[in-house]
Write a protein that binds this ligand. Structure first.
Ligand code: HEM
Length: 426
């Protein structure tokens, strides 16, 4: 049986066509979106769905997702207005949220996007990242030293949640002791971004947390100005002094967005990745025999269960796509998780194969907004998985059913109980 059939058998047979009005989002989709993605892809390259933000075009194919993300002239990244200010009630109340959110790098178009991206790019150069390696290695070791592997532990609590927060703290030059605040704020933002129809309550919580993040940096900035280093906050402050970044909301929005962007994403790469490897013990064992496969394996884990499942764009001017008339201002949802399983791009796309070439991987996006933290993430994941493989070679999943958190964008686990089997006596 092909692995596609195995996935499909988890649900009732996928429809060949996608009748208008048929529901996409339900508990089964949030637990496992891949059968629905397959059905959507087979039914066509583009679908209109009112379940996403009250109405959006969904793109299912690898080629289209890549093309839209690369085409910043026809597809704008500015999309926070209707998202945050969804209702009349929200308009007055959520101004602070919108003011910061709209100025953050992911939601800017040229020329502002290129200006700020240029400032931040320097902080993610390979030589800068290489200097973080010892701190990441020590961080992983300290977190793994604290677990009793043979008694069993929750991988999400022990490593996947704290590690990205600690790494972001180093990168931004802020104390790791504030880690639990960073995680709480990020979780609130992720709940808002990951909701296909965010509620006013989710927007309020996200606003509170985004303002808390921004306030945190507002307090930090005066001290940092007197002691600039090579962390990201210092880079932004130097750029501010040179007139390349505007003071106030623009500067604070970048700080908050950077702090947020590295959390949920990297956490879910670590969690989803370990879950996929342990669910297929042959691949886990193969990685132990052939550690040289690790860099490719991390990319394959990103493809197989993408930590970011979709992103959005607004149509900049009326256009026709696959025979559909898209109007200026329409929202387009690029289904990255669906594109990464497109059989037209990857053979046996529903099968995890740590030795495959994941060329064309869309998990980090593509085009001008391609993830600025990709190199850092790959480095962090290689260190974490490399150490896990060496220290806990007999790790296994405690629960047969994964505990998916149910976030539609940030696909990940709320818990991942694992245990190291006791070595057989010689
Ligand atoms: C597994 C880890 C990660 C994944 C899967 C991921 C995914 C993505 C994706 C898909 C985009 C493009 C969004 C779009 O085009 O709309 C993006 C952009 C971005 N990512 Fe990541 N990311 C990860 C880790 C990180 C980390 C560690 C950082 C920060 C250190 C980071 C910072 C950013 C920023 C600032 C952008 C916006 C870039 C721009 O608009 O130019 N990401 N990421």
């Amino acid at each position: 049986m092909s692995s596609t059939a195995a996935w499909s058998s988890l649900r009732s047979p996928a429809p060949r066509s996608w009748p208008a009005g048929q529901a996409i989002i339900d508990a089964a989709f949030l637990a496992d979106p891949y059968p629905t993605y397959a059905a959507l892809r087979e039914a066509g390259p583009i679908h209109w769905s009112e379940e996403f933000f009250g109405g959006a075009w969904l793109l299912t194919r690898h080629a289209d997702v890549a093309a839209v993300l690369r085409d910043s002239a026809r597809f704008s990244a500015q999309r926070t207005g209707g998202w945050v200010m969804q209702s009349q009630a929200a308009r007055g109340e959520l101004k602070g949220f919108q003011q910061l959110f709209a100025r953050a790098l992911p939601f800017l178009d040229a020329p502002d996007h290129a200006r700020i991206r240029g400032v931040l790019n320097a902080g993610f150069r390979t030589d800068v990242l290489q200097r973080l390696v010892p701190a990441i290695e020590q961080g992983v070791d300290a977190l793994l030293d604290a677990v009793d592997a043979e008694a069993g532990f929750d991988f999400m609590q022990a490593l996947a949640r704290p590690l990205p927060a600690d790494v972001m703290a180093v990168l931004m030059g802020i104390p790791a002791s504030d880690r639990s605040d960073f995680i709480t704020w990020s979780d609130d933002l992720a709940a808002f971004i990951g909701a296909t129809m965010p509620s006013l309550e989710q927007a309020r919580r996200a606003q509170t947390s985004l303002l808390a993040m921004s306030g945190y940096f507002e307090r930090l900035v005066p001290q940092r100005r007197n002691a600039l280093g090579d962390d990201l906050v210092s880079r932004l402050l130097r750029a501010e002094a040179a007139g390349e970044v505007r003071p106030g909301a623009e500067l604070l929005a970048q700080c908050a967005m950077l702090l947020f962007a590295g959390h949920e994403t990297t956490r879910n790469l670590l969690g989803n990745g370990l879950q996929a490897l342990l669910a297929d013990p042959q691949q886990w064992q193969r990685l132990q025999r052939e550690p040289g496969l690790l860099p490719g394996a991390v990319r394959e884990l990103l493809r197989f269960n993408s930590p970011v499942q979709y992103t959005g764009r607004r149509v900049a001017a009326d256009l026709v796509l696959h025979g559909q008339q898209l109007r200026r201002g329409d929202l387009v949802v690029a289904l990255i998780g669906c594109a990464n399983r497109d059989p037209a791009r990857y053979s046996h796309a529903d099968h995890l194969d740590i030795a495959r070439s994941s060329r064309g991987l869309l998990s980090f996006g593509a085009g001008p907004h391609v993830c600025i933290g990709a190199g850092l993430t790959l480095m962090e994941a290689e260190i974490a998985f490399g150490r896990l493989l060496r220290r806990f070679p007999r790790l296994y999943l405690v629960d047969a059913q994964p505990h998916w958190s149910g976030n539609a964008v940030y696909r990940g686990l709320s818990a991942l109980p694992v245990r190291q089997a006791i070595a057989a006596a010689l």
